[in-house]
Ligand binder design. Structure first.
Ligand code: SAM
Length: 339
């Protein structure tokens, strides 16, 4: 339901509109740029169940966030669908006043089983990550030999359940940049928007180097040379992807250029980790412990005040400062905070 609560503003006048919720730090893939096996191996200590926010605790944070202006939610992880009975959480979130969009970012592995119940529970849209259509390349990315075909089945299941689907492809030079054209060709005309993402320096375990980044401009030029493109106008302030339209009517692509064309000035996103730490930037170093407050018996007014204080004091614009100030800064992992 629409409600008219005005959003609070941060120290750079950015409203709080979106909340990304990581519901688990676990994933069934070991993508080499995100959860490399050498770090996230058998001995890695994931969060215990008791450390995760419960669905009720997440819903409470969302209710309070909605009172501060949050309108859009995105479930992520880890792999969000590894959390059992996630549809129960979706249903709880869908019933909260003020929330008008619930999306999910997923690797798609469990979508064939889950798409219908999630859609029925109130999930509106999904973004499925897929980095190549070539099994050899995709296997080298996910590092668990997960076949392309099963991700495509997940995409089909989501579409059949009535949810619009976007496809996220992180492009890393020398890993999957050779798959860009085939991906563009495959998703052209399907209605599933392909979004090409510059490889980002999130976390500390992926050995990120600037040389590994394929700039968005290069990706657009590559696709445009084969299938002519023209820029599409922004849909709303803070839209993450810059959109390009196929001139022949084959739909659109999006490019997310957070390295070469940072967009911090329009960022309206906050994030909570699976254990309930609130972050105001994907590149945050330390979160604010909501779980301690919740489990310590804080009432809604105290939680409201804490989240409000954190957002009011937010000044971060990491991506815009990346080159000058941030080398050597500790950063949380993408699998912990969610994409
Ligand atoms: N497991 C889910 C998935 O695969 O979509 C959700 C979590 S994953 C961390 C969210 C998104 O972040 C994925 O599309 C993934 O490809 C992207 N991602 C992870 N590490 C990245 C990096 N270093 N740079 C850019 N995108 C990254």
């Amino acid at each position: 339901m629409r409600c008219s609560v005005p959003s609070i503003l941060d120290a750079r006048s950015r409203p709080l509109r979106d909340l990304r919720i990581s519901d688990t730090d676990r994933c069934d893939f070991r993508c080499v740029y995100c959860m490399p096996k050498e770090v996230f191996g058998r001995d890695f200590q994931f969060l215990r169940r008791s450390e995760l926010l419960t669905f009720e605790e997440i819903a409470r944070v969302v209710r309070i966030g909605a009172g501060l202006g949050v309108r859009k939610l995105r479930l992520t992880g880890g792999e969000p669908l590894m959390r059992r009975d996630l549809e129960r959480l979706v249903e709880m979130l869908a019933g909260i006043d003020g929330i008008d969009d619930i999306a999910m970012t997923t690797n798609g592995s469990l979508l064939p089983r889950k798409a219908r119940v999630l859609a029925d529970a109130g999930l509106r849209r999904v973004t499925v990550s897929l980095d190549s259509l070539d099994d050899a390349v995709f296997g080298a990315v996910n590092d668990v030999d997960f076949p392309v075909e099963r991700v495509l089945e997940g995409i089909a299941a989501a579409a059949e359940a009535g949810m619009p689907v976007k496809v996220n492809m992180v492009v890393k030079r020398g890993l999957n940049d050779g798959s860009v054209l085939e991906m563009a060709e495959h998703f052209r005309g399907t209605g599933h928007m392909l979004r090409l993402i510059e490889y980002m320096d999130v976390g500390a375990t992926n050995g990120w180097r600037l040389d590994d980044v394929v700039p968005a401009a290069e990706i657009v030029a590559l696709i445009g040379a084969e299938f002519p493109l023209e820029p599409a106008e922004e849909n709303y302030r803070g839209e993450v992807a810059r959109r390009w339209r196929y001139q022949d009517g084959g739909g659109e692509i999006g490019v997310i250029a957070s390295v070469t064309q940072p967009f911090c000035g329009d960022c309206t996103r906050s994030r909570i980790s699976a254990e309930g730490r609130l972050y105001t930037c994907l590149f945050g170093t330390k979160g604010h412990d909501l779980r301690a407050l919740i489990r310590g018996g804080a009432d809604d007014a105290e939680l409201h005040a804490m989240i409000g204080r954190v957002w009011n004091g937010r000044r971060d614009r990491y991506s815009e400062e990346r080159s000058s100030l941030t080398a050597g800064v500790d950063r949380v992992e993408m699998s912990y905070i969610g994409g």
